[in-house]
Design a protein around this ligand. Sequence first.
Ligand code: ATP
Ligand code: FE
Length: 343
Amino acid sequence: EKVLAIETSCDDTSVAIVNRSGWVHSVVAASQDLEHEMYGGIVPEIAARNHSIALIPLIEEAFKKAGMTWSDVDGIAVTNRPGLIGALIVGLVTAKSLSQAKKIPFLGVNHLEGHLLAPFLKDAQYAPPEDFDYPYVGLAISGGHTSLYHITELGEYRVLGATKDDAAGECFDKFAKMAGLGFPGGQRIDQMAKTGNPKAYEFPRSMIHDETFDMSFSGLKSSGQRMLEQLGPELVQEHLPDLCASFQEAIVDVLIAKLERAAKVFRSKRVILTGGVSANSRLRARAEEWAAQKGLRLVIPPLRYCTDNAAMIGYVGALRMARGEFSELDLGPSPQALATDFK
Ligand code: ATP
Ligand code: FE
């Protein structure tokens, strides 16, 4: 019941060996940040090319780290949606070929489902609280997604709401780029904000009091751009910590408000944060403070399982393959999350 997992949906190539209890035997990854930074964003063709270079050596490394060989795995899990098509193809075709060559089944996995079940992953350094289980409210926040879900069991994900426009991570990245902090800038804003005053500048918190679970960050992005233009490069440089802290606070306020609303409406005692933006130190601190105050169980997986990784894909694959689900060789990649259960 061990699965080899491949994740190539965006710009990180990742391979893992995982079992169906969520135990991660090994997880390895190759980042392409440096290759894309000079373009100020992800270039799909470059991502696909780098996956094709990195993938096979990473598979070998994953086996080596786990102290295993092909005879130890019973299936291959691979992300086939959503993501960049060229990037997904590299992982998918590799999984199909290996499945044929090694005579073991493979299964296409939804990347978002991986993020939502990431809180169950464990290894020698980390384990979630023992009583952690379904159902829970989950906020998936990354460069491409900002969505709120109610998760009741494997395969049962209700989309409560999502951003109407930009993802929170995209908003962080755009502001960072405009402020001259480089790409991807979420982490740099986080760092810069540590010494800044979150009340120094006024930024909008769109839809925060709205009676839905939907969000919107494009107004904040425009407002950030206007602010930077009005101040001009010199003042921006001088006030970067305050600007970053204030901008970050606007995003965190909205995310916490929506999370709170969902926990209340669904009377959920458990909430999780997942996706790259959940690395944000201010968001983590505010969410922890809020959960403690409300008596909620908050789980934020360690960063290696929050950002794009193959371990979460392997976990979903292992659970589904144990239920007898497998893919056929004509499975294709898709840019969409598919089905009504995902947005
Ligand atoms: P997906 O394809 O699921 O949308 P992704 O390619 O955006 O994923 P992730 O690694 O999940 O990949 O998320 C990356 C995003 O997280 C980037 O937008 C990045 O700026 C943001 N991010 C990372 N660290 C931080 C941080 N400390 N604070 C804020 N944002 C962060
Ligand atoms: Fe992701």
